[in-house]
Design a protein around this ligand. Structure first.
Ligand SMILES: Cc1ncc(COP(=O)(O)O)c(C=O)c1O
Length: 387
């Protein structure tokens, strides 16, 4: 029998990380001690009171049955309370909040509710690849908005041709940003609301990194006047509470957008394990001092990495938020060449920013998901390179 992949899979853009993965395997086989600053996955453990809450909830038989599609009412209330306390955003827990199996799940399913074949979806370049890939899966067409260093890695909404804006159904925004670590500048979200209202474009804001900041707390898009009429926002417990493996988050915002996402989810998944939602409630409503301590740890690490590399002469874009840092490629190297040389000559794993889109050319991305000693060692190894 002939087994053929569907066009949507065959037509996926080439997987740029494959070359890096192959090099990593090769170096490891040689017994090389690799310092992996490529992955955005916290190395710190989930906070103990969250683990306790899961442990207790997992023993209750009522939590062993199918969960609710939209999430437990208590979870949605806890998420709404978090939105109120942290951002002073009021969302109705019953109609404007939905539980997600990690924010990636909700981000991936969202286009299926609102994107028709032929619709354009405005996606940041570089950007989290799920926005564009799932747009294509849903039959839509991504239209990439380049994020440039000189523009603070914000899309230039005024440069979008009117005929593109008129065909656009969704605009994705993500600040703190992956991979650039940029923040939304004052006034940006107001411009986004005005654009959305002018062209009837849904705004999908990805706030997965809201609690990972080094200076002032980043705002929610939903704080902006008019945002609740045009937007939905995706939140995650993954990075905030070191819960990437637990798969829990939420989306909140305009009730029609939340309901549309809910209709897709009802047909695709059966919700998030109730005991995990109980643990998530403990995370969102419990003591937040662990999150603040963690921020201090990341800040110290950032200072070791960025300070060290800057002193060594690298062009480092020291971040104000997220756990990512962009480094400009030296001497006309491509992002892939620079990444490959770091890996094979220094044993340091980075990510080419081109893995997130063509406009990422010129940069590699490092994370601070390693302890200070390893980051200091990475700096020493990079200093020793003859680039
Ligand atoms: C920008 C961005 N959004 C969303 C996610 C998804 O996170 P999760 O599904 O763990 O909530 C990630 C994960 O790396 C990300 O970088």
């Amino acid at each position: 029998m002939k087994i053929e992949l569907a066009h949507r899979i065959r037509e996926l853009p080439p997987y740029l990380f494959a070359k890096i993965d192959a090099l990593k395997t090769e170096e490891r086989k040689k017994g090389r001690d690799l310092i992996d600053l490529g992955v955005g996955d916290p190395d710190l453990p989930t906070h103990p009171h969250i683990i306790e809450a899961l442990s207790a909830a997992s023993r209750e038989p009522k939590h062993h049955r199918y969960p609710s599609y939209v999430g437990m009412e208590d979870f949605r209330r806890a998420a709404a309370l978090f939105m109120k306390r942290r951002f002073d955003v009021t969302v109705d827990p019953l109609s404007e909040v939905i539980c997600a199996i990690g924010s990636k799940e909700a981000i991936a399913h969202f286009p299926f509710a609102f994107v028709n074949p032929g619709d354009l979806v405005l996606c940041p370049d570089p950007g989290y690849p799920v926005y564009a890939t799932l747009t294509r899966f849903a039959g839509g067409e991504p239209y990439f908005l380049p994020l440039r260093r000189q523009a603070g890695f914000l899309p230039d909404l005024d440069s979008i041709p009117a005929q593109v804006a008129e065909r656009a159904k969704v605009l994705w925004i993500n600040y703190p940003n992956n991979p650039t670590a940029a923040l939304a500048a004052p006034g940006f979200y107001e411009r986004v609301v005005a654009f959305a209202q002018k062209y009837d474009v849904i705004v999908a804001s990805d706030l997965a990194y809201s609690e990972m900041y080094y200076e002032s707390p980043p705002p929610s898009f939903l704080e902006t006047p008019g945002a609740l009429e045009v937007g939905i926002e995706f939140h995650s417990l993954s990075k905030t509470y070191n819960m990437t493996g637990w798969r829990v988050g939420w989306a909140c915002g305009n009730a029609k957008l939340v309901a549309g996402l809910g209709q897709v989810k009802t047909n695709v998944d059966s919700g998030c394990f109730d005991a995990i939602q109980r643990a998530a409630i403990a995370a969102l409503t419990g003591d937040q001092s662990g999150v603040a301590r963690q921020r201090e740890i990341y800040r110290e690490r950032r200072d070791v990495l960025c300070g060290g590399l800057a002193r060594a002469g690298f062009d480092v874009l020291t971040p104000k938020a997220s756990f990512y840092t962009l480094i400009a490629n030296p001497r006309g190297m491509t992002s892939l060449e620079f990444t490959a040389r770091l890996l094979t000559e220094a044993g340091v794993v980075a990510t080419p920013a081109t893995g997130f889109g063509a406009a990422g050319e010129g940069f590699i991305r490092l994370t601070v998901c390693a302890d200070k000693a390893r980051l200091a060692e990475a700096v020493e190894r990079l200093k020793a390179l003859a680039l």
